[in-house]
Design a protein around this ligand. Structure first.
Ligand code: GRF
Length: 324
């Protein structure tokens, strides 16, 4: 990995057939801007054409036929293969299997799918014929997170494809496939790279900070910060994006003082650090630009920090609310 570059997200691609989306993902992963790499292509169909291509391209492959097996047993075998390959995300690309709920839950937020329609229209099969029968002006493709309800998880991106007067399901499918090949790598790249993206990280911190009572955003020393308690209120959090040449994008939160700060940094140097210019007054840095940021921990620190500066009239209210 070049000095200063972010680590690439590791993805396993699950296929059942030709694997043209897998190929699009693979070739996009070789571009200089790629945030991800494919560590495994896995299939429930040992003769899937996509496996041959992936192997030829030097990607690790795995296959296990599902016939005669319990769904959850087959899922476990596929999941284990993905884990053994070090996958952090599972990307479904024409994987024609319904997955068991527990498998989907374990990968919540880390499993994506592409579907050949503009969801929420036409979940399930025969999407192109259904769009033609309905007389739609356009069809398209959707990339979404996988949830336990089929084709109903959060939508991450869509591409429109015009329906032409003489289209058949086959000709339409062909054009939608071209759109899929653009859309899927683009969305996977954004999604796997966003944990290093300052604008995305700020948006997430902002949403959590502004949930706290009477929280408001104010710039402080050129960075976004949040304070509470009105005009005379104090800051409870700051957002630093590589402040003064530091490597980190971080949330600064208030500790009880130097002892706690030192202990936290010693215990978890991948998460905490002493920010320049703020450290002396008890502000600790929580590093956000890493693949495994624990957002519950971020929320906890925001709340704790808020508690430590908020006026009594507000902390009392929160205490009462927390009792229920
Ligand atoms: C694609 O149309 C995708 O939307 C759907 O299955 C098809 C897979 O095609 N989920 P390929 O195997 O990637 O060529």
């Amino acid at each position: 990995m070049p000095e200063g570059a972010n680590p690439k997200a590791k993805i396993a691609v699950f296929i059942s057939g030709t694997g043209t989306n897998m190929a699009a993902l693979l070739y996009a992963s070789r571009l200089p801007t790629a945030n991800y790499e494919i560590v495994l292509v896995a299939s429930n169909a040992p003769d899937a054409a996509g496996l041959t291509l992936a192997a030829e391209e030097g990607v690790a492959v795995f296959a296990h036929a599902h016939r005669g097996m319990e769904r959850s047993d087959h899922d476990s075998i596929m999941e284990q293969a993905a884990k053994d390959a070090g996958a952090e995300y599972i990307v479904l690309a024409g994987y024609m299997r319904i997955l068991s709920d527990s498998f989907v839950e374990r990968w919540a937020g880390r499993m994506l799918n592409i579907h050949p329609s503009l969801l929420p229209k036409y979940r399930g099969l025969d999407t192109h014929q259904r769009a033609l029968d309905a007389g739609d002006a356009s069809a398209g493709a959707t990339v979404h997170l996988v949830s336990s309800e089929l084709d109903a998880g959060e939508i991450l991106g869509q591409s429109d494809v015009a329906i032409m007067p003489d289209d058949t399901a086959e000709t339409l499918a062909e054009r939608v496939r071209i759109a899929e090949h653009q859309l899927y790598p683009h969305i996977v790249n954004d999604y796997t790279g966003r944990c290093f993206d300052a604008a995305w990280l700020l948006g997430r911190v902002r949403a959590l900070a502004l949930q706290l009572p009477e929280a408001e955003e104010r710039e402080s020393h050129g960075s976004p910060g949040w304070r509470t308690g009105g005009k005379t209120g104090k800051f409870f959090a700051h957002f630093n994006d590589q402040h003064h040449g530091e490597r980190h994008i971080a949330l600064l939160a208030k500790t009880s003082g130097q002892d706690e700060m030192t202990a936290l940094i010693e215990r978890d140097p991948d998460v905490f650090y002493r920010p320049k210019y703020y450290g002396a007054s008890g502000w600790i840095g929580l590093i956000l630009n890493r693949p495994d940021t624990d957002w519950t921990q971020v929320e906890h620190w925001l709340e704790r920090s808020w508690q430590s500066v908020a006026p009594k009239r507000l902390t009392k209210l929160l205490d009462i609310a927390n009792e229920f």
